[in-house]
Write a protein that binds this ligand. Structure first.
Ligand code: GLN
Length: 544
């Protein structure tokens, strides 16, 4: 018998940034660990078609799926927690919804009807929600609705949830509302009123929250639980505390302790059992009990923003746990790096990661950083723009090609070692037009990367326009920078390494998008291992 897919909606109240994505991912983890097939979807109420054209200052990192969707960074959390790939269907924005409805209208699909928010926009939203459910691949679909209830732009989504409760039946759809319980230090009290108001706002749209997850800095006592249950029309067992955690990876256990999974499964009419979190807890224990520490410089131009390099930072946590090492990440702003301060900023590092990025700002600092770590044998990992910078640095300082550059930064450079391929030249639109998603890559044997991956054929995710210019390949290789991973169809260079250096690798793709708790990325694992080796060597030298 085909099991009906169940739908869980996660909404937010009072304020944004309460961590809906982490709650959704933690709940999903607990359900997955009880044998349910779960996926998570994010609905974003903004009008951009996807976050691909958004500045990291606005939106944080743009995450990329195997099938080439440029998505919200919460999808990264979903994959890292569940170890199940997401896809185009897992992130829907208002822009996408309207684009699709307007295209249908132009094709005449609405047969002369007036096209309206209800039913046309809400139908489109309901369809998008059910694509994953109808695929037959999942028992439970968790849909996180971005923004906060009461926002004008969230209204069609909340209305779609209200309708789905009727369409699919109450036992098949529940709403988990995440809210804030602020602590007023002057009064020395936790306050429930904002939560009462946000639950009421949800009710004005005809949606009753089934479960309340309360973000709080202090324990909420029995009195507050009783009060919230009474005022917000939920059972007391459905009032769940979510207190600040020292790591996001603690949240599944915290939710387990609070019984979030039990209450959710009961409401959906599904069986609950004890989730098997053995490997998760092994990871946590290694993460929390490191035997040594390494310092990695993250060299980029968005370093002041925690969210801009989210997947890279999380990959360090996964790789640190494997190596039982605490990875201390030091942000190094590439714009302020120059010949005069480079030693002071980088000499103490055990490894340097030059980050992905777009545009000219900060690139000379990145090139200077690559030169320093190359000449001083500090382990290096360059990702996307970081790999391109490594090629430029080598061309300039080893091959002596003065002014070598990427045509992204200098259209008229005499040595375009990184350039735009013909098919990209004709493209003028910015949205969704990069080389995106998973591409095959074949590794050369007897290279560092073939050892790191322990196989020859790999698949990694891309997000870039510019490429390594094969015209310079013979010259670069002869001078010691080897192309060790190629796209088997196009011959595009995806990986470079310098065999003479202890550990120097640049990759045109983004390994960070594929690192998960149960499957830490081998490149990050090997990079941290190399950093550890460097640090031990450094210390033994300083002891002698
Ligand atoms: N700006 C570079 C390109 O488009 C690198 C992009 C990136 O680092 N993601 O090729």
């Amino acid at each position: 018998m085909k099991r009906t897919t169940k739908y869980i909606f996660v909404t937010g109240g009072v304020t944004s940034s309460l961590g809906k994505g982490i709650i959704a991912a933690s709940l999903a983890k607990l359900l997955q660990a009880q044998g349910y097939r779960v996926t998570i979807q994010k609905l974003d109420p903004y009008i951009n078609v996807d976050p691909g054209t958004l500045n990291p200052y606005e939106h944080g990192e743009c995450y990329v799926t195997n099938d080439g969707a440029e998505t919200d960074l919460d999808l990264g959390h979903y994959e890292r927690f569940l170890n199940v790939p997401t896809s185009q269907a897992n992130n829907v924005t208002t822009g996408k919804i309207y684009q699709s409805v307007i295209e249908k209208e132009r094709r005449g699909e609405f047969l002369g009807k007036t096209v309206q928010v209800i039913p046309h926009i809400t139908n489109e939203i309901k369809e998008r929600i059910q694509i994953l459910g109808n695929s037959g691949d999942f028992d439970i679909v968790i849909t996180e609705i971005g923004g906060t209830v009461g926002d004008i732009e969230s209204l069609p989504y909340i209305e779609a949830v209200r309708q789905l409760k009727w369409d699919l039946g109450e036992h098949n759809v529940i709403v988990v509302h995440l809210t804030l319980i602020p602590y007023l230090s002057a009064a020395g009290e936790l306050k429930t009123k904002p939560t009462q108001h946000s639950v009421k706002t949800l009710m004005e749209s005809g949606v009753q929250a089934d479960v309340l997850v309360c973000r709080t800095e202090h324990e909420i006592g029995d009195g507050i639980r009783t009060k919230l249950a009474r005022f917000c029309n939920v059972q007391k067992e459905a009032v769940i505390q979510s207190i600040d955690a020292s790591t996001i990876y603690d949240v599944p256990n915290m939710m387990l302790e609070e019984g979030l999974d039990k209450v959710v499964l009961k409401k959906l009419g599904l069986k609950s059992s004890t989730p098997d979190l053995t490997s998760w807890n092994e990871f946590l224990s290694r993460h929390k009990n490191p035997k040594s520490e390494v310092t990695i410089g993250l060299i980029g131009k968005y370093v002041e923003l925690q969210d801009s390099y989210k997947s890279i930072l999380e990959s360090f946590i996964h790789a640190g746990a494997v190596n039982e090492v605490k990875v201390k990440v030091e942000s190094v702003h590439s714009e302020y790096l120059n010949k005069d301060n480079i030693k002071e900023k980088l000499s103490h590092l055990d490894g340097a990661l030059v980050a992905p990025g777009f545009g000219e700002r900060g690139i000379e600092g990145k090139i200077e950083a690559v030169r320093y770590v190359r000449e001083n044998n500090i382990p290096f990992l360059g990702i996307c723009l970081g790999m391109q910078m490594a090629v430029i640095e080598y061309a300039r300082n080893v091959l002596g090609l003065e002014g070598a550059n990427s045509t992204e930064m200098d259209k008229n450079t005499s040595y375009p070692v990184i350039y735009l391929m013909e098919e990209q030249k004709a493209i003028t639109n910015k949205g969704g037009t990069m080389r995106l998603g998973a591409w095959d890559c074949k590794l050369k044997e007897d290279t560092i990367v073939s050892q790191v991956y322990n196989k020859i054929n790999i698949e990694e995710r891309h997000r870039h326009r510019y490429e390594y210019n094969n015209t310079y390949k013979a010259q670069l290789e002869a001078a010691g920078m080897k192309a060790t991973g190629l796209n088997p169809e196009t011959g595009l260079v995806e990986i470079i390494e310098i065999p003479k250096h202890p550990w120097f690798i640049g990759v045109q793709y983004h390994p960070e998008y594929k690192s998960t708790v149960s499957n830490p990325h081998p490149l990050f694992v090997a990079f941290i291992k190399a950093a550890l080796k460097h640090s031990l060597k450094k210390n033994s030298v300083s002891m002698t």
